[in-house]
Write a protein that binds this ligand. Structure first.
Ligand code: BG6
Length: 472
């Protein structure tokens, strides 16, 4: 059985749902200038510099699904499904429009306070990500994003304000969304324009170090302000499979896994693992670790480990047919089916990933993203029969229940990605839908924004009501 207080719910990110990008004093952020269309990936990765919007592109995050103005209606729908928990993120530029101000923007603080109060009124526990892929443009222009050590101070200021102002309202926090993604999409993950190839590794690991130290500081600040809060890290997870039992494939899978574990090793154990120190030494990378950094990392490890799970990845020593995925690719796994976007579907991989993480860290885990991005068809009567989404989620829930009930993994909760349709981070589309709630909006930003319940809405309600016992 899952624990009685298991946190069922859904997860969103400010930039993918709020919209209202330029109201109530909000500043411009990297996420506001990542366009829909063929240039999206180049901008996300920092290869195509985009520091302000132009009139040749459409920027879906600017309007998104307008949750900024509709959050009451949306939270009411979450409550109707019986959500125990709602994972959401703060838009940094609502709180500090430029990022380096001394004083926060009160209008931005007031907005989130109302959102948290609304959640509490409806018996929903907020789980808040301090930054989900967002960074003020001003910090990118002036300081070059996270490659600059000064970012740590700006982030500390943000964290201090959030922990102080929302004391008593928010008990679960995450420091950075999918912290490992910065290695693959530096503009989105770390507010960095693409470094020269020769400098790339050095600058990326430099930025990673700054985020890791900032994360540890936030953990310390949060615990000092309110010792009862629980602060977690967040990994884009999914086990790596060797394509064959050839030792070279197995070793490659191990190396790829370590690139991800590196982040959580530091955040959970409090020090750089030996393999990472050796890798940095081999590449002559000096990340500028200070004695204070070492102490902060060591003394402020996370309370729990959260992660997103969409798929496993398969790697081969020899070039194989590529498969797509969230941010980083692998080789196509012939044993797995794929989504319409080419992401492999692997419920057993979730059980494997849970075991891997629990064995490695022995800390409570939290699945904070999982789901199927799919095309939905609205029937003439307005209904959406999304049995494919139900099937996907059912199999993944069975898999994590097995990890808990048969393998003994300590799991705090499960928040599916995008309980309400929102803008895709990878593609900028609205048509890649994850929701239980349909939103009338298309890839070009047209539509009424009206919300409606899909079949999966009623199914998930039953799942939550029965604490995961009733899955049919
Ligand atoms: C994760 C992100 O990588 O995957 C989310 O944390 C994102 O922001 C989700 O939306 C799903 O990816 P996509 O590309 O389908 O939106």
């Amino acid at each position: 059985m899952l624990r009685k207080d298991f946190l069922w719910g859904g997860a969103t990110a400010a930039n993918q749902c709020e919209g209202a990008y330029n109201v109530d004093g909000r500043g411009l952020a990297n996420v506001d200038v990542i366009p829909h269309g063929p240039d999206r990936m180049a901008v996300m990765c920092g290869r195509l510099p985009m520091l302000e919007p132009d009139d040749k592109h459409y920027y879906p995050a600017q309007g998104a699904i307008d949750m900024y103005h509709r959050y009451k209606e949306d939270i009411a729908l979450f409550a109707e499904m019986g959500f125990k928990c709602y994972r959401m993120s703060i838009a940094w530029t609502r709180i500090f429009p430029n990022g380096d101000e001394e004083q926060p923007n009160e209008a931005g603080l007031a907005f989130y306070k109302e959102v948290f109060k609304e959640c509490r009124r409806r018996g929903i526990e907020p789980l808040v990500t301090i930054t989900h892929f967002d960074c003020p443009i001003h910090l990118i222009r002036e300081y070059g994003g996270w490659k600059n050590r000064r970012m740590i101070d700006f982030y500390k200021r943000l964290a201090t304000v959030l922990f102080t102002r929302y004391k008593g309202l928010v008990r679960y926090w995450l420091t950075f969304n999918e912290i490992n993604v910065l290695l693959h999409a530096p503009f989105m993950g770390a507010g960095m324009l693409a470094p020269d190839e020769a400098e790339r590794d050095r600058l990326l690991y430099q930025a990673a170090h700054h985020e890791l130290v900032a994360s540890a500081w936030a953990t310390r600040i949060g615990h000092e302000i309110d010792p009862t809060v629980k602060i977690g890290c967040m990994l884009a997870a999914g086990a790596y499979y060797p394509y064959s039992c050839r030792p070279e494939d197995v070793r490659l899978a191990q190396i790829e896994a370590q690139k991800n574990f590196f982040f959580i090793d530091v955040q959970s154990r409090g020090y750089y693992p030996a393999y990472a120190l050796k890798m940095l030494e081999r590449r002559h990378i000096d990340i500028g670790m200070t004695a204070e950094d070492e102490a902060i990392l060591r003394e402020n490890t996370v309370d729990f480990i959260s992660f997103s799970y969409y798929q496993t990845r398969c790697v081969a020593y020899k070039e194989g047919e590529k498969s797509s995925g969230n941010m980083f690719d692998g080789v196509r796994n012939p044993y797995l089916k794929e989504s319409a976007w080419g992401w492999s579907i692997d419920p057993l991989g979730l059980r494997i990933t849970l075991n891997e993480l629990y064995d490695r860290y022995q800390k409570p885990l939290f699945i904070v993203e999982n789901g199927l991005g799919a095309h939905d068809t609205v029937e003439p009567d307005g209904s959406v029969h999304d049995s494919y989404r139900i099937d996907y989620l059912r199999e993944h829930i069975k898999a994590f229940k097995a990890a808990v009930e048969e393998d003994g993994v300590d799991l705090l909760g499960y928040t599916t990605w995008g309980p309400i349709d929102l803008v895709s981070a990878g593609t900028g589309e609205m048509s890649k839908r994850y929701g239980f709630i349909y939103v009338d909006r298309d890839d070009a930003g047209r539509g009424t924004l009206a919300r409606s319940r899909k079949d999966s809405f009623y199914w998930y309600k039953k799942v939550i009501e029965s604490n995961g016992e009733e899955l049919d």
